[in-house]
Write a protein that binds this ligand. Sequence first.
Ligand SMILES: *Cc1c(COP(=O)(O)O)cnc(C)c1O
Length: 353
Amino acid sequence: MISAKDEEMKKVVLPEKLEFGKLFTPHMFEMDYDENLGGWLEPKIVDFANLSMHPASMVFHYGLEIFEGLKAYKQIDGKIALFRPEKNFERLNRSAARLSMPQVDIDLALQFLNELILIDKDWIPTKENYSLYIRPLLIATDPILGVRPATKFKLLFILSPVGPYYPEGFRPIAISATDKYVRAVRKGIGECKTGGNYAASLLAQKEARARGYSQVLWLDAIEQKYIEEVGTMNLFIRFKNEIVTSPLTGSILPGVTRDAVITILKEWNYNIVERRVLIEEVYTEYEKGNLIEIFGTGTAAVIASVNKLEFNDRIIDFQTEEAGELASRLYKEITGIQFGKIEDTHDWIRIVE
Ligand SMILES: *Cc1c(COP(=O)(O)O)cnc(C)c1O
Protein backbone atom coordinates (compact mmCIF):
# COMPACT_ATOMS: atom_id res chain seq x y z
CA MET A 1 0.00 0.00 0.00
CA ILE A 2 1.16 3.48 -0.79
CA SER A 3 0.83 6.17 1.84
CA ALA A 4 0.94 9.87 1.22
CA LYS A 5 4.14 10.11 3.29
CA ASP A 6 6.08 7.67 1.09
CA GLU A 7 5.03 9.42 -2.05
CA GLU A 8 7.44 11.90 -3.40
CA MET A 9 5.08 14.74 -4.14
CA LYS A 10 5.77 15.97 -7.60
CA LYS A 11 4.39 19.25 -8.76
CA VAL A 12 1.24 18.56 -10.67
CA VAL A 13 0.57 20.81 -13.63
CA LEU A 14 -2.96 20.41 -14.91
CA PRO A 15 -3.79 21.47 -18.44
CA GLU A 16 -5.59 24.76 -18.84
CA LYS A 17 -8.62 23.06 -20.40
CA LEU A 18 -9.84 19.78 -18.95
CA GLU A 19 -12.13 17.76 -21.12
CA PHE A 20 -14.50 15.69 -19.00
CA GLY A 21 -13.10 12.30 -18.01
CA LYS A 22 -9.99 12.25 -20.20
CA LEU A 23 -7.22 12.66 -17.66
CA PHE A 24 -6.67 10.32 -14.69
CA THR A 25 -4.65 10.58 -11.50
CA PRO A 26 -1.64 8.29 -10.79
CA HIS A 27 -3.41 5.98 -8.31
CA MET A 28 -6.56 3.90 -8.06
CA PHE A 29 -8.37 1.71 -5.56
CA GLU A 30 -8.88 -1.97 -6.27
CA MET A 31 -10.62 -4.72 -4.31
CA ASP A 32 -11.53 -8.17 -5.60
CA TYR A 33 -14.41 -10.36 -4.55
CA ASP A 34 -14.53 -14.13 -4.78
CA GLU A 35 -17.54 -16.00 -3.47
CA ASN A 36 -15.46 -19.18 -3.11
CA LEU A 37 -12.82 -17.40 -1.02
CA GLY A 38 -15.36 -15.96 1.39
CA GLY A 39 -16.24 -12.66 -0.28
CA TRP A 40 -14.21 -9.45 -0.42
CA LEU A 41 -10.44 -9.81 -0.50
CA GLU A 42 -7.72 -7.32 0.41
CA PRO A 43 -8.46 -3.66 -0.47
CA LYS A 44 -5.51 -1.96 -2.17
CA ILE A 45 -4.46 1.42 -3.46
CA VAL A 46 -2.25 0.79 -6.47
CA ASP A 47 -0.63 2.68 -9.34
CA PHE A 48 -3.13 3.61 -12.03
CA ALA A 49 -2.61 1.01 -14.77
CA ASN A 50 -4.36 -1.08 -17.38
CA LEU A 51 -6.17 -4.16 -16.12
CA SER A 52 -5.21 -7.59 -17.36
CA MET A 53 -8.39 -9.60 -17.78
CA HIS A 54 -9.53 -12.90 -19.21
CA PRO A 55 -11.37 -12.33 -22.52
CA ALA A 56 -14.27 -14.45 -21.25
CA SER A 57 -14.77 -12.16 -18.20
CA MET A 58 -18.52 -11.82 -17.71
CA VAL A 59 -18.44 -8.03 -17.82
CA PHE A 60 -17.39 -8.15 -21.48
CA HIS A 61 -20.22 -10.43 -22.55
CA TYR A 62 -23.26 -9.71 -20.43
CA GLY A 63 -22.68 -6.16 -19.30
CA LEU A 64 -22.40 -7.06 -15.62
CA GLU A 65 -21.18 -3.66 -14.58
CA ILE A 66 -22.36 -0.88 -12.30
CA PHE A 67 -20.83 2.49 -11.56
CA GLU A 68 -21.18 5.72 -9.62
CA GLY A 69 -20.15 9.32 -10.11
CA LEU A 70 -19.29 11.86 -7.42
CA LYS A 71 -16.78 14.66 -6.97
CA ALA A 72 -14.14 15.97 -4.58
CA TYR A 73 -13.95 19.76 -4.34
CA LYS A 74 -11.07 21.96 -3.20
CA GLN A 75 -12.89 24.43 -0.98
CA ILE A 76 -11.98 28.10 -0.69
CA ASP A 77 -10.22 27.51 2.67
CA GLY A 78 -8.14 24.68 1.12
CA LYS A 79 -10.14 21.81 2.65
CA ILE A 80 -11.18 18.91 0.43
CA ALA A 81 -14.90 18.15 0.42
CA LEU A 82 -17.21 15.41 -0.80
CA PHE A 83 -20.93 15.99 -1.35
CA ARG A 84 -23.16 13.30 0.25
CA PRO A 85 -20.81 10.45 -0.78
CA GLU A 86 -22.73 7.89 1.30
CA LYS A 87 -25.70 8.43 -1.04
CA ASN A 88 -23.60 7.26 -3.99
CA PHE A 89 -22.51 4.10 -2.21
CA GLU A 90 -26.06 3.38 -1.04
CA ARG A 91 -27.14 3.67 -4.67
CA LEU A 92 -24.22 1.47 -5.77
CA ASN A 93 -25.50 -1.17 -3.37
CA ARG A 94 -29.07 -0.85 -4.72
CA SER A 95 -27.72 -1.26 -8.28
CA ALA A 96 -25.66 -4.24 -7.06
CA ALA A 97 -28.68 -5.93 -5.51
CA ARG A 98 -30.69 -5.62 -8.75
CA LEU A 99 -27.84 -7.06 -10.84
CA SER A 100 -27.01 -9.94 -8.47
CA MET A 101 -23.72 -8.37 -7.49
CA PRO A 102 -22.27 -8.26 -3.95
CA GLN A 103 -22.89 -5.47 -1.46
CA VAL A 104 -20.02 -3.14 -0.65
CA ASP A 105 -19.21 -2.09 2.93
CA ILE A 106 -19.96 1.63 2.73
CA ASP A 107 -17.71 2.65 5.64
CA LEU A 108 -14.77 0.75 4.18
CA ALA A 109 -15.40 2.19 0.71
CA LEU A 110 -15.53 5.74 2.12
CA GLN A 111 -12.39 5.18 4.18
CA PHE A 112 -10.38 4.01 1.15
CA LEU A 113 -11.84 6.71 -1.06
CA ASN A 114 -10.68 9.23 1.55
CA GLU A 115 -7.18 7.71 1.52
CA LEU A 116 -7.00 7.62 -2.28
CA ILE A 117 -8.06 11.26 -2.59
CA LEU A 118 -5.42 12.32 -0.05
CA ILE A 119 -2.70 10.50 -2.00
CA ASP A 120 -3.72 12.22 -5.24
CA LYS A 121 -4.91 15.47 -3.66
CA ASP A 122 -2.60 17.64 -5.77
CA TRP A 123 -4.66 16.55 -8.78
CA ILE A 124 -7.77 18.33 -7.53
CA PRO A 125 -8.06 21.38 -9.77
CA THR A 126 -8.36 24.70 -7.97
CA LYS A 127 -9.83 26.67 -10.84
CA GLU A 128 -13.34 27.95 -10.14
CA ASN A 129 -15.98 25.22 -10.48
CA TYR A 130 -13.39 22.59 -11.41
CA SER A 131 -13.21 19.42 -9.33
CA LEU A 132 -11.99 15.84 -9.11
CA TYR A 133 -14.53 13.44 -10.58
CA ILE A 134 -14.63 10.08 -8.79
CA ARG A 135 -15.74 7.02 -10.69
CA PRO A 136 -16.37 3.87 -8.60
CA LEU A 137 -17.15 0.80 -10.70
CA LEU A 138 -17.93 -2.83 -9.99
CA ILE A 139 -17.42 -5.44 -12.72
CA ALA A 140 -17.93 -9.20 -12.95
CA THR A 141 -14.69 -11.04 -13.71
CA ASP A 142 -15.68 -14.75 -13.81
CA PRO A 143 -13.93 -16.15 -16.92
CA ILE A 144 -16.98 -18.19 -17.92
CA LEU A 145 -19.36 -17.79 -20.87
CA GLY A 146 -22.36 -19.34 -19.12
CA VAL A 147 -25.20 -16.91 -18.39
CA ARG A 148 -25.73 -16.95 -14.65
CA PRO A 149 -24.99 -14.69 -11.68
CA ALA A 150 -21.27 -14.06 -11.28
CA THR A 151 -19.10 -15.11 -8.33
CA LYS A 152 -15.99 -12.98 -8.94
CA PHE A 153 -15.91 -9.21 -9.09
CA LYS A 154 -13.58 -6.24 -9.06
CA LEU A 155 -14.36 -2.92 -7.40
CA LEU A 156 -12.33 0.03 -8.64
CA PHE A 157 -12.22 3.76 -7.90
CA ILE A 158 -10.55 5.95 -10.49
CA LEU A 159 -10.15 9.74 -10.29
CA SER A 160 -10.30 12.32 -13.04
CA PRO A 161 -9.66 16.08 -12.73
CA VAL A 162 -12.51 17.80 -14.56
CA GLY A 163 -13.79 21.15 -15.71
CA PRO A 164 -17.38 21.86 -16.79
CA TYR A 165 -19.23 18.80 -18.16
CA TYR A 166 -20.64 20.47 -21.23
CA PRO A 167 -18.34 22.23 -23.66
CA GLU A 168 -20.97 24.98 -23.52
CA GLY A 169 -19.87 25.64 -19.88
CA PHE A 170 -22.77 27.09 -17.93
CA ARG A 171 -24.44 28.25 -21.11
CA PRO A 172 -27.78 26.56 -21.84
CA ILE A 173 -28.04 23.32 -23.78
CA ALA A 174 -30.54 22.11 -26.39
CA ILE A 175 -32.25 18.75 -25.84
CA SER A 176 -34.38 16.51 -28.02
CA ALA A 177 -37.20 14.25 -26.78
CA THR A 178 -37.63 10.98 -28.62
CA ASP A 179 -40.41 8.48 -29.12
CA LYS A 180 -38.36 6.52 -31.62
CA TYR A 181 -36.29 4.71 -28.97
CA VAL A 182 -36.70 3.96 -25.27
CA ARG A 183 -34.05 3.90 -22.60
CA ALA A 184 -35.43 1.88 -19.72
CA VAL A 185 -38.63 0.39 -18.44
CA ARG A 186 -40.10 0.17 -14.94
CA LYS A 187 -39.09 -3.05 -13.14
CA GLY A 188 -36.06 -3.26 -15.47
CA ILE A 189 -32.73 -1.64 -14.64
CA GLY A 190 -33.45 2.03 -15.41
CA GLU A 191 -32.97 3.06 -11.79
CA CYS A 192 -29.52 1.40 -11.68
CA LYS A 193 -26.36 3.15 -12.79
CA THR A 194 -25.38 0.27 -15.05
CA GLY A 195 -23.60 0.28 -18.40
CA GLY A 196 -26.45 -1.19 -20.45
CA ASN A 197 -28.69 1.83 -19.92
CA TYR A 198 -26.09 4.10 -21.50
CA ALA A 199 -25.29 1.67 -24.32
CA ALA A 200 -29.01 1.70 -25.16
CA SER A 201 -29.04 5.49 -25.30
CA LEU A 202 -26.14 6.27 -27.61
CA LEU A 203 -27.78 5.87 -31.00
CA ALA A 204 -30.52 8.31 -30.02
CA GLN A 205 -27.86 10.70 -28.70
CA LYS A 206 -25.93 10.45 -31.96
CA GLU A 207 -29.03 11.23 -34.01
CA ALA A 208 -29.95 14.15 -31.74
CA ARG A 209 -26.40 15.55 -31.98
CA ALA A 210 -26.56 15.45 -35.76
CA ARG A 211 -29.52 17.84 -35.52
CA GLY A 212 -27.72 20.12 -33.08
CA TYR A 213 -29.14 18.82 -29.77
CA SER A 214 -26.62 17.82 -27.13
CA GLN A 215 -28.77 15.42 -25.08
CA VAL A 216 -31.82 13.19 -25.42
CA LEU A 217 -34.90 13.61 -23.27
CA TRP A 218 -36.31 10.15 -22.58
CA LEU A 219 -40.01 9.52 -22.34
CA ASP A 220 -41.57 6.64 -20.42
CA ALA A 221 -41.01 3.36 -22.24
CA ILE A 222 -44.62 2.15 -22.18
CA GLU A 223 -46.73 5.01 -23.54
CA GLN A 224 -43.94 7.33 -24.57
CA LYS A 225 -45.97 10.28 -23.39
CA TYR A 226 -44.46 11.16 -20.02
CA ILE A 227 -41.17 12.94 -19.44
CA GLU A 228 -38.59 10.88 -17.58
CA GLU A 229 -35.00 12.17 -17.67
CA VAL A 230 -32.08 13.28 -19.80
CA GLY A 231 -29.00 11.15 -20.67
CA THR A 232 -27.16 11.77 -17.40
CA MET A 233 -29.47 14.22 -15.67
CA ASN A 234 -32.84 14.40 -14.00
CA LEU A 235 -35.14 17.04 -15.46
CA PHE A 236 -37.09 19.89 -13.84
CA ILE A 237 -39.72 22.02 -15.54
CA ARG A 238 -40.78 25.34 -14.12
CA PHE A 239 -44.33 26.32 -14.95
CA LYS A 240 -45.86 29.56 -13.74
CA ASN A 241 -47.31 28.11 -10.54
CA GLU A 242 -45.40 24.90 -10.08
CA ILE A 243 -42.01 23.24 -10.61
CA VAL A 244 -42.33 19.61 -11.64
CA THR A 245 -40.00 16.64 -11.94
CA SER A 246 -40.74 13.01 -12.71
CA PRO A 247 -41.38 10.82 -9.66
CA LEU A 248 -38.97 7.92 -9.08
CA THR A 249 -41.00 5.47 -11.12
CA GLY A 250 -38.34 2.74 -11.23
CA SER A 251 -37.14 3.59 -14.71
CA ILE A 252 -35.24 6.77 -13.88
CA LEU A 253 -32.07 7.32 -11.91
CA PRO A 254 -32.66 8.66 -8.38
CA GLY A 255 -30.16 11.52 -8.59
CA VAL A 256 -28.36 12.88 -5.54
CA THR A 257 -28.46 16.33 -7.15
CA ARG A 258 -32.21 15.89 -7.84
CA ASP A 259 -32.75 15.22 -4.14
CA ALA A 260 -30.68 18.28 -3.12
CA VAL A 261 -32.56 20.50 -5.60
CA ILE A 262 -35.95 19.35 -4.30
CA THR A 263 -34.84 20.06 -0.72
CA ILE A 264 -33.54 23.53 -1.59
CA LEU A 265 -36.60 24.47 -3.67
CA LYS A 266 -38.86 23.51 -0.75
CA GLU A 267 -36.78 25.72 1.56
CA TRP A 268 -37.08 28.56 -0.94
CA ASN A 269 -40.86 28.08 -0.80
CA TYR A 270 -41.31 26.97 -4.37
CA ASN A 271 -44.20 24.70 -5.18
CA ILE A 272 -42.11 21.69 -6.19
CA VAL A 273 -44.12 18.63 -7.16
CA GLU A 274 -42.96 15.14 -8.09
CA ARG A 275 -45.53 14.00 -10.62
CA ARG A 276 -45.77 12.51 -14.06
CA VAL A 277 -45.68 15.20 -16.73
CA LEU A 278 -46.97 14.68 -20.25
CA ILE A 279 -44.64 16.01 -22.93
CA GLU A 280 -47.86 17.38 -24.44
CA GLU A 281 -48.45 19.43 -21.29
CA VAL A 282 -45.06 21.12 -21.66
CA TYR A 283 -45.98 22.21 -25.20
CA THR A 284 -49.48 23.41 -24.32
CA GLU A 285 -48.21 25.36 -21.30
CA TYR A 286 -45.49 26.85 -23.50
CA GLU A 287 -48.11 27.98 -26.00
CA LYS A 288 -50.14 29.54 -23.18
CA GLY A 289 -47.03 31.37 -21.97
CA ASN A 290 -46.88 29.37 -18.72
CA LEU A 291 -43.55 27.65 -19.29
CA ILE A 292 -40.79 29.59 -17.58
CA GLU A 293 -37.69 27.40 -17.40
CA ILE A 294 -36.31 23.91 -17.98
CA PHE A 295 -33.16 22.54 -16.37
CA GLY A 296 -31.36 19.28 -15.74
CA THR A 297 -29.58 18.17 -12.56
CA GLY A 298 -26.67 15.77 -12.10
CA THR A 299 -23.27 15.54 -10.39
CA ALA A 300 -21.26 16.06 -13.57
CA ALA A 301 -22.97 19.25 -14.77
CA VAL A 302 -24.60 20.18 -11.40
CA ILE A 303 -27.35 22.24 -13.10
CA ALA A 304 -27.76 22.58 -16.86
CA SER A 305 -30.20 25.16 -18.13
CA VAL A 306 -32.14 24.08 -21.23
CA ASN A 307 -32.90 26.76 -23.82
CA LYS A 308 -34.36 24.56 -26.51
CA LEU A 309 -36.53 21.45 -26.53
CA GLU A 310 -37.39 19.53 -29.66
CA PHE A 311 -40.01 16.79 -29.95
CA ASN A 312 -40.64 15.49 -33.45
CA ASP A 313 -41.26 18.70 -35.43
CA ARG A 314 -42.20 20.86 -32.48
CA ILE A 315 -39.65 23.16 -30.95
CA ILE A 316 -39.72 25.14 -27.75
CA ASP A 317 -37.09 27.83 -28.03
CA PHE A 318 -36.45 30.30 -25.22
CA GLN A 319 -34.26 32.23 -27.67
CA THR A 320 -31.56 33.08 -25.19
CA GLU A 321 -27.96 32.12 -24.58
CA GLU A 322 -28.32 32.99 -20.89
CA ALA A 323 -29.00 30.30 -18.29
CA GLY A 324 -32.44 30.52 -16.67
CA GLU A 325 -32.89 32.54 -13.48
CA LEU A 326 -33.72 29.65 -11.15
CA ALA A 327 -31.15 27.32 -12.75
CA SER A 328 -28.48 29.96 -12.14
CA ARG A 329 -29.57 30.50 -8.56
CA LEU A 330 -29.54 26.73 -7.87
CA TYR A 331 -26.13 26.36 -9.51
CA LYS A 332 -24.75 29.12 -7.30
CA GLU A 333 -26.30 27.62 -4.18
CA ILE A 334 -25.18 24.02 -4.72
CA THR A 335 -21.66 24.82 -5.95
CA GLY A 336 -21.50 27.40 -3.13
CA ILE A 337 -22.12 24.64 -0.58
CA GLN A 338 -19.69 22.29 -2.34
CA PHE A 339 -16.88 24.84 -2.46
CA GLY A 340 -17.47 26.08 1.08
CA LYS A 341 -18.70 29.54 0.08
CA ILE A 342 -22.18 28.93 1.49
CA GLU A 343 -22.84 27.37 4.88
CA ASP A 344 -23.74 23.67 4.73
CA THR A 345 -26.94 23.68 6.79
CA HIS A 346 -28.01 20.23 5.57
CA ASP A 347 -24.98 18.20 6.71
CA TRP A 348 -24.22 17.32 3.09
CA ILE A 349 -20.46 17.99 3.14
CA ARG A 350 -17.88 15.40 4.24
CA ILE A 351 -14.35 16.75 4.69
CA VAL A 352 -11.52 14.53 3.43
CA GLU A 353 -8.66 14.61 5.96
C1 LIG B 1 -25.99 9.83 -12.78
C2 LIG B 1 -27.27 10.11 -13.45
C3 LIG B 1 -28.16 11.11 -13.02
C4 LIG B 1 -27.79 12.12 -11.96
O1 LIG B 1 -27.54 11.57 -10.70
P1 LIG B 1 -26.68 12.39 -9.64
O2 LIG B 1 -26.66 11.50 -8.45
O3 LIG B 1 -27.39 13.66 -9.41
O4 LIG B 1 -25.35 12.59 -10.24
C5 LIG B 1 -29.39 11.20 -13.63
N1 LIG B 1 -29.74 10.38 -14.63
C6 LIG B 1 -28.92 9.41 -15.09
C7 LIG B 1 -29.37 8.53 -16.17
C8 LIG B 1 -27.66 9.26 -14.52
O5 LIG B 1 -26.82 8.34 -14.99
